[in-house]
Write a protein that binds this ligand. Structure first.
Ligand code: ASP
Ligand code: MG
Length: 405
Protein backbone atom coordinates (compact mmCIF):
# COMPACT_ATOMS: atom_id res chain seq x y z
CA UNK A 1 0.00 0.00 0.00
CA UNK A 2 0.97 3.62 -0.43
CA UNK A 3 0.22 5.41 2.82
CA UNK A 4 0.38 9.14 3.51
CA UNK A 5 0.93 9.86 7.21
CA UNK A 6 0.45 13.44 8.38
CA UNK A 7 1.52 14.60 11.82
CA UNK A 8 0.09 17.75 13.41
CA UNK A 9 1.85 20.33 15.57
CA UNK A 10 1.64 18.55 18.94
CA UNK A 11 2.87 15.32 17.33
CA UNK A 12 6.06 17.05 16.18
CA UNK A 13 6.36 19.63 18.96
CA UNK A 14 9.91 18.72 20.00
CA UNK A 15 12.78 16.33 19.26
CA UNK A 16 11.33 13.62 21.43
CA UNK A 17 8.06 13.71 19.50
CA UNK A 18 9.90 13.81 16.16
CA UNK A 19 11.83 10.69 17.17
CA UNK A 20 8.53 8.99 18.00
CA UNK A 21 7.20 9.95 14.56
CA UNK A 22 10.40 8.58 13.03
CA UNK A 23 9.85 5.24 14.73
CA UNK A 24 6.22 5.10 13.64
CA UNK A 25 6.96 5.77 9.99
CA UNK A 26 9.89 3.37 10.06
CA UNK A 27 7.55 0.68 11.36
CA UNK A 28 5.02 1.37 8.60
CA UNK A 29 7.80 1.11 6.04
CA UNK A 30 9.04 -2.15 7.55
CA UNK A 31 5.54 -3.58 7.25
CA UNK A 32 6.10 -3.32 3.52
CA UNK A 33 4.31 -0.09 2.64
CA UNK A 34 5.43 2.92 0.66
CA UNK A 35 5.36 5.86 3.06
CA UNK A 36 4.93 9.58 2.43
CA UNK A 37 5.18 11.69 5.59
CA UNK A 38 3.68 15.18 5.81
CA UNK A 39 4.62 17.37 8.76
CA UNK A 40 3.21 20.45 10.46
CA UNK A 41 5.33 23.01 12.25
CA UNK A 42 5.99 22.41 15.96
CA UNK A 43 2.88 23.43 17.93
CA UNK A 44 2.85 27.19 18.47
CA UNK A 45 5.68 27.92 16.05
CA UNK A 46 3.55 29.33 13.25
CA UNK A 47 1.90 31.66 15.78
CA UNK A 48 5.28 32.77 16.98
CA UNK A 49 6.55 33.48 13.47
CA UNK A 50 3.38 35.43 12.73
CA UNK A 51 3.92 37.42 15.89
CA UNK A 52 7.44 38.31 14.78
CA UNK A 53 6.09 39.45 11.43
CA UNK A 54 3.57 41.67 13.16
CA UNK A 55 6.19 43.07 15.50
CA UNK A 56 8.55 44.20 12.80
CA UNK A 57 5.81 45.49 10.52
CA UNK A 58 2.39 47.03 11.09
CA UNK A 59 1.00 45.38 7.99
CA UNK A 60 3.34 42.57 6.98
CA UNK A 61 3.89 42.18 3.25
CA UNK A 62 2.05 38.95 2.36
CA UNK A 63 4.84 37.50 0.22
CA UNK A 64 7.56 38.05 2.83
CA UNK A 65 5.20 36.84 5.54
CA UNK A 66 4.68 33.51 3.74
CA UNK A 67 8.46 33.07 3.38
CA UNK A 68 8.65 33.40 7.15
CA UNK A 69 5.65 31.42 8.41
CA UNK A 70 6.32 28.43 6.15
CA UNK A 71 9.59 27.81 7.99
CA UNK A 72 8.24 25.76 10.89
CA UNK A 73 7.27 22.96 8.51
CA UNK A 74 10.56 23.22 6.66
CA UNK A 75 12.53 22.88 9.85
CA UNK A 76 10.60 19.78 10.89
CA UNK A 77 10.98 17.86 7.64
CA UNK A 78 14.75 18.35 7.78
CA UNK A 79 14.84 17.26 11.44
CA UNK A 80 12.88 14.08 10.71
CA UNK A 81 15.18 13.43 7.74
CA UNK A 82 18.23 13.83 9.99
CA UNK A 83 16.79 11.43 12.54
CA UNK A 84 15.92 8.71 10.02
CA UNK A 85 19.32 9.03 8.29
CA UNK A 86 21.00 8.63 11.66
CA UNK A 87 19.14 5.33 12.02
CA UNK A 88 20.15 4.23 8.52
CA UNK A 89 16.57 4.44 7.29
CA UNK A 90 16.57 5.54 3.62
CA UNK A 91 14.62 8.78 3.32
CA UNK A 92 14.54 12.20 1.71
CA UNK A 93 12.83 15.46 2.62
CA UNK A 94 11.59 17.75 -0.16
CA UNK A 95 10.42 21.36 0.15
CA UNK A 96 7.44 22.73 -1.79
CA UNK A 97 9.84 24.06 -4.42
CA UNK A 98 11.67 20.76 -4.76
CA UNK A 99 8.50 18.71 -5.19
CA UNK A 100 7.05 21.01 -6.67
CA UNK A 101 3.61 21.72 -5.26
CA UNK A 102 2.17 24.58 -7.29
CA UNK A 103 -0.37 27.01 -5.86
CA UNK A 104 -1.98 30.24 -6.92
CA UNK A 105 -0.56 33.56 -5.71
CA UNK A 106 -3.07 34.15 -2.94
CA UNK A 107 -0.51 34.56 -0.15
CA UNK A 108 -1.68 33.43 3.27
CA UNK A 109 -4.58 31.41 1.85
CA UNK A 110 -3.24 29.97 -1.37
CA UNK A 111 -4.97 27.13 -3.18
CA UNK A 112 -3.09 24.13 -4.49
CA UNK A 113 -3.27 24.01 -8.29
CA UNK A 114 -1.10 21.06 -9.16
CA UNK A 115 1.29 18.61 -7.56
CA UNK A 116 3.97 17.14 -9.80
CA UNK A 117 4.24 13.57 -8.48
CA UNK A 118 7.28 12.43 -10.49
CA UNK A 119 10.04 13.18 -7.98
CA UNK A 120 8.06 11.73 -5.06
CA UNK A 121 7.32 8.56 -7.10
CA UNK A 122 10.95 8.20 -8.08
CA UNK A 123 12.14 8.48 -4.47
CA UNK A 124 9.50 6.02 -3.29
CA UNK A 125 10.51 3.58 -5.95
CA UNK A 126 14.12 3.69 -4.79
CA UNK A 127 12.87 2.57 -1.39
CA UNK A 128 12.95 5.87 0.48
CA UNK A 129 10.49 7.33 2.93
CA UNK A 130 9.53 10.71 1.45
CA UNK A 131 9.10 13.59 3.92
CA UNK A 132 7.07 16.60 2.78
CA UNK A 133 6.07 19.90 4.39
CA UNK A 134 2.45 20.71 5.04
CA UNK A 135 1.08 24.24 4.64
CA UNK A 136 3.60 25.20 1.89
CA UNK A 137 3.16 25.83 -1.78
CA UNK A 138 5.05 27.58 -4.53
CA UNK A 139 3.84 29.82 -7.36
CA UNK A 140 4.85 29.35 -10.97
CA UNK A 141 7.27 32.21 -10.39
CA UNK A 142 8.94 30.33 -7.56
CA UNK A 143 7.52 32.33 -4.64
CA UNK A 144 6.65 30.50 -1.42
CA UNK A 145 2.98 30.54 -0.40
CA UNK A 146 1.05 29.17 2.57
CA UNK A 147 -2.33 27.46 2.43
CA UNK A 148 -4.17 29.06 5.38
CA UNK A 149 -4.07 28.11 9.06
CA UNK A 150 -4.41 24.40 9.62
CA UNK A 151 -3.44 23.90 5.99
CA UNK A 152 -1.17 20.91 6.55
CA UNK A 153 -4.24 18.67 6.58
CA UNK A 154 -5.07 19.87 3.09
CA UNK A 155 -1.49 19.35 1.93
CA UNK A 156 -1.61 15.75 3.14
CA UNK A 157 -4.92 14.98 1.45
CA UNK A 158 -3.77 16.67 -1.75
CA UNK A 159 -0.58 14.58 -1.80
CA UNK A 160 -2.66 11.46 -1.19
CA UNK A 161 -4.97 12.38 -4.09
CA UNK A 162 -2.11 13.23 -6.45
CA UNK A 163 -0.29 9.98 -5.65
CA UNK A 164 -3.51 7.94 -5.62
CA UNK A 165 -2.54 6.74 -2.14
CA UNK A 166 -4.43 3.84 -0.61
CA UNK A 167 -4.79 5.65 2.71
CA UNK A 168 -4.23 9.07 4.26
CA UNK A 169 -3.73 9.00 8.03
CA UNK A 170 -4.00 12.25 9.96
CA UNK A 171 -2.16 11.89 13.28
CA UNK A 172 -3.14 14.29 16.04
CA UNK A 173 -3.30 14.58 19.83
CA UNK A 174 -6.82 13.19 20.26
CA UNK A 175 -8.03 9.65 19.59
CA UNK A 176 -10.19 10.65 16.63
CA UNK A 177 -13.41 12.49 15.89
CA UNK A 178 -15.78 12.86 18.85
CA UNK A 179 -19.49 13.61 18.98
CA UNK A 180 -18.57 16.83 20.83
CA UNK A 181 -15.53 18.67 22.13
CA UNK A 182 -14.33 16.77 25.24
CA UNK A 183 -13.60 20.14 26.85
CA UNK A 184 -17.27 21.06 26.64
CA UNK A 185 -19.01 17.72 27.14
CA UNK A 186 -17.70 15.29 29.78
CA UNK A 187 -18.36 12.01 28.00
CA UNK A 188 -18.58 12.32 24.24
CA UNK A 189 -18.43 9.22 22.06
CA UNK A 190 -15.56 8.54 19.71
CA UNK A 191 -16.97 7.95 16.23
CA UNK A 192 -15.66 4.83 14.49
CA UNK A 193 -16.80 6.13 11.13
CA UNK A 194 -18.17 9.39 9.81
CA UNK A 195 -19.16 10.49 6.32
CA UNK A 196 -17.18 13.13 4.41
CA UNK A 197 -20.24 15.35 4.39
CA UNK A 198 -20.83 15.26 8.13
CA UNK A 199 -17.13 15.75 8.77
CA UNK A 200 -17.13 18.78 6.50
CA UNK A 201 -20.06 20.34 8.35
CA UNK A 202 -18.51 19.57 11.74
CA UNK A 203 -15.14 21.03 10.74
CA UNK A 204 -16.84 24.07 9.28
CA UNK A 205 -18.87 24.56 12.46
CA UNK A 206 -15.90 24.59 14.77
CA UNK A 207 -14.58 21.04 15.22
CA UNK A 208 -10.85 21.66 15.02
CA UNK A 209 -9.68 18.14 14.35
CA UNK A 210 -9.50 18.64 10.55
CA UNK A 211 -9.31 21.70 8.33
CA UNK A 212 -12.59 21.98 6.37
CA UNK A 213 -10.82 22.35 3.05
CA UNK A 214 -8.95 19.08 3.57
CA UNK A 215 -12.24 17.19 3.95
CA UNK A 216 -13.58 18.85 0.80
CA UNK A 217 -10.54 17.69 -1.14
CA UNK A 218 -10.76 14.19 0.38
CA UNK A 219 -14.45 13.92 -0.55
CA UNK A 220 -13.85 15.13 -4.09
CA UNK A 221 -11.05 12.67 -4.76
CA UNK A 222 -12.46 9.91 -2.55
CA UNK A 223 -9.29 9.76 -0.48
CA UNK A 224 -9.67 7.16 2.29
CA UNK A 225 -9.03 9.19 5.43
CA UNK A 226 -8.28 8.21 9.01
CA UNK A 227 -7.93 10.48 12.03
CA UNK A 228 -5.94 8.95 14.87
CA UNK A 229 -3.64 9.74 17.76
CA UNK A 230 0.15 9.78 17.45
CA UNK A 231 0.32 9.13 21.19
CA UNK A 232 -1.16 5.61 21.11
CA UNK A 233 -2.11 2.80 18.73
CA UNK A 234 -5.89 3.13 18.85
CA UNK A 235 -7.62 2.79 15.47
CA UNK A 236 -9.16 6.28 15.41
CA UNK A 237 -11.99 7.48 13.16
CA UNK A 238 -12.48 6.63 9.50
CA UNK A 239 -13.88 9.32 7.22
CA UNK A 240 -15.71 7.52 4.44
CA UNK A 241 -18.29 7.91 1.70
CA UNK A 242 -21.87 7.96 2.91
CA UNK A 243 -22.80 4.48 1.75
CA UNK A 244 -19.94 3.01 3.76
CA UNK A 245 -21.14 4.31 7.10
CA UNK A 246 -22.43 1.49 9.23
CA UNK A 247 -25.56 2.79 10.83
CA UNK A 248 -27.71 5.75 9.99
CA UNK A 249 -27.55 7.74 13.19
CA UNK A 250 -29.69 10.84 13.44
CA UNK A 251 -27.06 13.17 14.87
CA UNK A 252 -23.32 12.62 14.45
CA UNK A 253 -22.12 15.52 16.52
CA UNK A 254 -22.70 18.87 18.23
CA UNK A 255 -20.22 21.72 17.92
CA UNK A 256 -19.71 25.00 19.71
CA UNK A 257 -18.20 28.06 18.10
CA UNK A 258 -17.48 31.08 20.27
CA UNK A 259 -15.55 32.98 17.62
CA UNK A 260 -18.48 34.79 16.06
CA UNK A 261 -20.26 38.05 16.88
CA UNK A 262 -23.72 39.21 15.90
CA UNK A 263 -24.63 42.44 14.12
CA UNK A 264 -28.24 43.63 13.97
CA UNK A 265 -29.77 46.52 12.03
CA UNK A 266 -33.37 47.38 12.65
CA UNK A 267 -35.93 49.28 10.63
CA UNK A 268 -34.15 49.46 7.32
CA UNK A 269 -36.45 51.26 4.83
CA UNK A 270 -37.15 48.43 2.48
CA UNK A 271 -36.33 48.70 -1.18
CA UNK A 272 -35.12 46.29 -3.81
CA UNK A 273 -31.49 45.36 -3.37
CA UNK A 274 -31.23 46.53 0.21
CA UNK A 275 -29.44 43.35 1.33
CA UNK A 276 -26.96 43.62 -1.49
CA UNK A 277 -26.19 47.14 -0.30
CA UNK A 278 -25.23 45.87 3.14
CA UNK A 279 -23.25 42.89 2.02
CA UNK A 280 -21.41 44.42 -0.95
CA UNK A 281 -18.92 46.43 1.13
CA UNK A 282 -18.37 43.45 3.44
CA UNK A 283 -17.63 41.16 0.53
CA UNK A 284 -15.27 43.73 -0.88
CA UNK A 285 -13.43 43.92 2.43
CA UNK A 286 -13.07 40.11 2.40
CA UNK A 287 -15.34 39.71 5.44
CA UNK A 288 -17.03 36.34 5.64
CA UNK A 289 -20.68 36.53 6.72
CA UNK A 290 -21.96 33.33 8.28
CA UNK A 291 -25.58 33.25 9.50
CA UNK A 292 -28.13 35.71 8.14
CA UNK A 293 -31.65 36.39 9.35
CA UNK A 294 -33.85 38.90 7.58
CA UNK A 295 -37.40 39.83 8.31
CA UNK A 296 -39.57 42.12 6.22
CA UNK A 297 -42.39 43.68 8.24
CA UNK A 298 -45.75 44.88 7.02
CA UNK A 299 -44.81 48.51 7.61
CA UNK A 300 -42.25 48.30 4.83
CA UNK A 301 -39.11 48.13 6.95
CA UNK A 302 -36.68 45.27 7.21
CA UNK A 303 -34.80 43.91 10.23
CA UNK A 304 -31.49 42.29 9.46
CA UNK A 305 -29.13 40.32 11.67
CA UNK A 306 -26.00 38.41 10.73
CA UNK A 307 -22.84 36.96 12.25
CA UNK A 308 -19.20 37.54 11.37
CA UNK A 309 -16.01 36.40 13.07
CA UNK A 310 -15.13 38.44 16.15
CA UNK A 311 -11.92 39.53 14.46
CA UNK A 312 -13.91 41.23 11.74
CA UNK A 313 -16.46 42.87 14.04
CA UNK A 314 -14.97 46.35 14.20
CA UNK A 315 -14.49 46.60 10.48
CA UNK A 316 -17.97 45.19 9.88
CA UNK A 317 -19.62 47.71 12.21
CA UNK A 318 -17.96 50.62 10.50
CA UNK A 319 -19.08 49.46 7.07
CA UNK A 320 -22.62 48.55 8.19
CA UNK A 321 -23.03 51.89 9.97
CA UNK A 322 -22.08 53.67 6.77
CA UNK A 323 -24.75 51.86 4.77
CA UNK A 324 -27.38 52.20 7.55
CA UNK A 325 -26.87 55.93 7.63
CA UNK A 326 -27.16 56.32 3.88
CA UNK A 327 -30.39 54.30 3.83
CA UNK A 328 -31.90 56.01 6.88
CA UNK A 329 -32.06 52.79 8.89
CA UNK A 330 -32.13 52.45 12.68
CA UNK A 331 -29.18 51.84 14.95
CA UNK A 332 -26.61 49.16 14.21
CA UNK A 333 -26.15 46.95 17.25
CA UNK A 334 -23.40 44.46 17.94
CA UNK A 335 -23.14 41.56 20.39
CA UNK A 336 -20.01 39.54 21.10
CA UNK A 337 -21.51 37.58 23.97
CA UNK A 338 -23.02 34.95 21.71
CA UNK A 339 -22.14 31.43 20.67
CA UNK A 340 -23.08 29.34 17.67
CA UNK A 341 -24.12 25.74 18.23
CA UNK A 342 -24.40 23.34 15.31
CA UNK A 343 -26.06 19.95 15.27
CA UNK A 344 -24.91 17.78 12.35
CA UNK A 345 -26.21 14.46 11.07
CA UNK A 346 -27.06 12.67 7.83
CA UNK A 347 -30.18 11.33 9.50
CA UNK A 348 -31.75 14.78 9.32
CA UNK A 349 -32.26 14.26 5.62
CA UNK A 350 -34.80 11.52 6.20
CA UNK A 351 -36.18 12.34 9.65
CA UNK A 352 -38.74 15.09 9.93
CA UNK A 353 -38.96 17.23 13.01
CA UNK A 354 -35.33 17.35 14.09
CA UNK A 355 -35.47 21.15 14.30
CA UNK A 356 -38.57 20.86 16.47
CA UNK A 357 -36.78 18.36 18.73
CA UNK A 358 -33.88 20.77 19.09
CA UNK A 359 -36.13 23.69 19.99
CA UNK A 360 -38.02 21.59 22.50
CA UNK A 361 -34.80 20.47 24.22
CA UNK A 362 -33.61 24.06 24.44
CA UNK A 363 -36.98 25.31 25.65
CA UNK A 364 -36.92 22.73 28.44
CA UNK A 365 -33.45 23.99 29.38
CA UNK A 366 -34.72 27.57 29.37
CA UNK A 367 -32.31 28.57 26.62
CA UNK A 368 -33.42 31.32 24.25
CA UNK A 369 -32.56 30.90 20.58
CA UNK A 370 -31.53 34.16 18.91
CA UNK A 371 -30.93 33.00 15.35
CA UNK A 372 -31.40 29.79 13.37
CA UNK A 373 -30.12 28.51 10.06
CA UNK A 374 -30.45 25.07 8.56
CA UNK A 375 -28.96 23.03 5.77
CA UNK A 376 -29.83 19.55 4.63
CA UNK A 377 -27.81 17.89 7.37
CA UNK A 378 -27.21 20.70 9.87
CA UNK A 379 -29.08 23.02 12.20
CA UNK A 380 -27.14 26.00 13.58
CA UNK A 381 -28.34 28.22 16.41
CA UNK A 382 -27.10 31.37 18.06
CA UNK A 383 -27.58 31.55 21.83
CA UNK A 384 -26.22 33.72 24.65
CA UNK A 385 -22.67 32.70 25.51
CA UNK A 386 -23.65 32.04 29.12
CA UNK A 387 -26.16 29.41 27.98
CA UNK A 388 -23.88 27.81 25.42
CA UNK A 389 -22.18 24.99 27.31
CA UNK A 390 -25.39 23.99 29.04
CA UNK A 391 -27.18 23.89 25.70
CA UNK A 392 -24.47 21.79 24.03
CA UNK A 393 -24.48 19.31 26.92
CA UNK A 394 -28.27 19.12 26.92
CA UNK A 395 -28.49 18.53 23.16
CA UNK A 396 -25.66 16.00 23.24
CA UNK A 397 -27.40 14.01 25.93
CA UNK A 398 -30.89 14.28 24.47
CA UNK A 399 -29.72 12.95 21.10
CA UNK A 400 -28.19 9.93 22.82
CA UNK A 401 -24.57 10.85 22.18
CA UNK A 402 -23.27 10.56 25.74
CA UNK A 403 -20.98 7.61 26.19
CA UNK A 404 -22.40 5.08 28.56
CA UNK A 405 -19.82 3.51 30.81
N1 ASP B 1 1.57 25.21 10.88
C1 ASP B 1 0.37 25.68 10.24
C2 ASP B 1 -0.59 26.27 11.25
O1 ASP B 1 -0.27 26.32 12.43
C3 ASP B 1 -0.30 24.64 9.42
C4 ASP B 1 -0.77 23.42 10.18
O2 ASP B 1 -0.22 23.09 11.21
O3 ASP B 1 -1.69 22.77 9.69
O4 ASP B 1 -1.63 26.74 10.91
MG1 MG C 1 -4.26 21.06 12.48
Amino acid sequence: MLIVQKFGGTSVANLERIRAVGERVRKTKEEGHDVVVVLSAPAGETDQLLKLANEISESPDPRECDSLISLGEQKNIALLGLYLHSKQVPCISLTAAQIPILSNKDHGKARILHIVPDRIRKELKSGKIVILPGFQGITDEGDTTTLGRGGSDTSAVAFAAALKADLCEIYTDVDGVYTADPRVVENPKLLKKISYEEMMELADSGAKVLQTRSVEVAAKHRVPLKVRSSFNDKPGTEVVAENETLEKILVAGVTLNTQEAKVAIRRIPSEAGVLAKFFAPLAEAGINVDMIVENLSKDGTTDLAFTVSKEDLRKTLKLAEGVAKRLGAGKVEAASDIAKISIVGLGMRTHAGVAYQIFKILADLGVTVQMVSTSEIKVSLVVAIDDAKRAVKGLHQAFGLDRSE
